[in-house]
Design a protein around this ligand. Sequence first.
Ligand code: NAD
Ligand code: MG
Length: 388
Amino acid sequence: MESSDSIKNVVLLGSTGSIGTSTIKVVEDLPQHLRLIGLAAGRRLGDLITQAKQFKPQLISISDESLKDQLRSEAPAGVRASCGDEGLIELATLPDADIVLIAIVGTAGLAPALAAIRAGKDIAVASKEILVMAGEIVMREAKTHGVRVLAVDSEHSAIFQCLDDKPATSVRNLWLTASGGPFRQTPKEDFSTIGLEQALKHPSWEMGQKITIDSATLFNKGLEMIEARWLFDIEMPRVKVIVHPQSVIHSMVEFVDGSIISQLSTPDMCLPIQYALTYPERVASERVQTDFAKIATLTFEEPDTEKFPSLNLARKAGIIGGTLPAVLNAANEVAVAAFCERKLSFLGITETVSQTMESHQTKTDPTLEEILEADQWARADATRRIAH
Ligand code: NAD
Ligand code: MG
């Protein structure tokens, strides 16, 4: 649904993070097309206030409830302030909002995503975790309410652009490209010594901490496989992964006649963010420029599933379905947090996820409550394993 004028009213959840600040750049680039009317952040109150002064949104919210009073007193005149889960829901359902971009790390974006859909808003999803956890429910609800679920993840934006509304029956395979992360060329024997600093150095993208670690274990690609499965309604065996270290081809669609269409550009998240926010238009912007002579070579290699068992774990979770993807996702979140606190080794991340998945009794066709229960169960199970 769009407002009567041609400007889209955008709500941005996770405005101070990596995707959030790239979204701010896109809105600055396109003032005739996009207007920010709501912003939510986790704890960075100062940054949120600066954004509120610049854009004068209707409503801002901070997840940390202890910062609520400070937010109220520092918010510019005419900008309402809220907090916590309630604030996120209020933002996601703002009557004037046309589209809600969800860029909160992890699964906290699920409830606001569903609230936005039920309020008739299109959603743009960066938070892949919510599609991994409850993709079937999110897509079903979107269909029921006649709203769009637009991908912000660069691979899924690429596939969406390449598909160009062709039905799933015209697709032979979806090809997700992967940079391979910082340990693509590291021998398996050296994996036991990988530390936090090394894992935080991503070769092609500057991102938040959680997704950067996910890119090092390749769980990011695993999560993206499941995300693609739901976004495009393609069963898991037809979702393939190919390592492409230059990150110029963002992903590809192989059609049933053998033709392959890909989407390319120098890596910059502003591009998929802009496409999701301005869809179905293509709006002019000078921000992203691609110089093929400079890039010179594009290379491809098979992913090494011995070094990165995360890919097989994700494939298994995607094939079995039910509550298992939520368990994979939750165990991974707990394990990544423990790794970042230096309480778990790099190899321990994948081991923890694998063991938690092994001990889960998967429920098929789960309700949202059952998914949330599985999520909680997996968090507790993974936490216990890490503590031992
Ligand atoms: P980030 O850590 O840089 O930012 C997260 C943002 O969410 C911050 O603004 C933080 O304040 C906010 N936040 C956290 N908890 C919140 C809560 N409960 N309520 C409100 N706000 C909260 O993370 P990021 O790299 O921007 O990633 C965000 C999401 O986008 C992740 O799901 C990630 O997988 C996905 N994604 C990111 C990239 C990228 O290039 N960074 C690419 C594709 C997908
Ligand atoms: Mg991606």
